[in-house]
Design a protein around this ligand. Sequence first.
Ligand code: HEC
Ligand code: HEC
Ligand code: HEC
Length: 135
Amino acid sequence: MYKKLSIKILLTFVLIFFSGASITHENIQHNISASSGDKCVEPTEIMRAQHHIFVKHQSHETVVKGIRTKKYSLNNCIDCHIKPTSNGTYPSVKSEEHFCTGCHIAAAAQVECFDCHASKPFKKVAKQKQGSLKK
Ligand code: HEC
Ligand code: HEC
Ligand code: HEC
């Protein structure tokens, strides 16, 4: 009797745990292909909470102090995170399919960096265009 009850309680907790985990992540767009085994520049938890601090600090380092490094450069983020969509083109920065924008829309965050900065991995886009010219 007690055994059955404790199994039920355990099952309930397992269910709550798993459904909870999927709710928190459900409405956030991911545009990272499953095949990309790459790691972010910091652990995911830290990136989720602090990425804006890193890129704004990097902006200050470069624009004010003239220090250029790759790790937190915006191009580095874009190169790794922005992948082609199912039709083979890179998503616009206005689209929810854009890794950064998808989450910014969900979080109602105003991010205007891409008024000036490239939102697509431009070397890969250029390569793609070259490819289509050859065809
Ligand atoms: C009005 C145009 C403009 C806007 C808006 C803007 N930037 Fe920049 N940013 C620049 C220019 C110009 C540079 C210098 C470019 C260079 O020399 O590489 C720069 C450099 C940077 C760099 C250093 C280069 C690199 O990628 O490592 C970072 C990081 C950066 N900006 C981040 C940001 C972030 C984050 C935002 C939004 C909060 C932002 N910028 C908004 C114009 C802009
Ligand atoms: C070499 C590839 C690579 C680079 C470069 C990179 N990332 Fe990531 N990033 C990842 C991967 C892989 C994850 C884990 C994604 C996941 O857990 O779904 C991640 C996770 C994140 C997350 C958390 C996503 C979430 O769902 O919570 C944010 C935010 C993020 N990165 C922003 C950035 C920014 C900003 C930059 C540039 C400073 C950057 N990343 C550079 C590969 C990269
Ligand atoms: C997991 C969700 C998520 C992802 C993915 C994400 N962001 Fe953000 N971002 C946020 C949230 C939430 C804020 C507001 C943070 C705050 O103000 O505390 C924010 C704020 C920012 C800001 C600060 C804007 C400002 O003017 O202060 C920048 C810059 C930024 N994100 C860049 C990026 C870039 C670049 C990427 C893609 C490489 C990215 N983010 C991906 C959630 C995300």
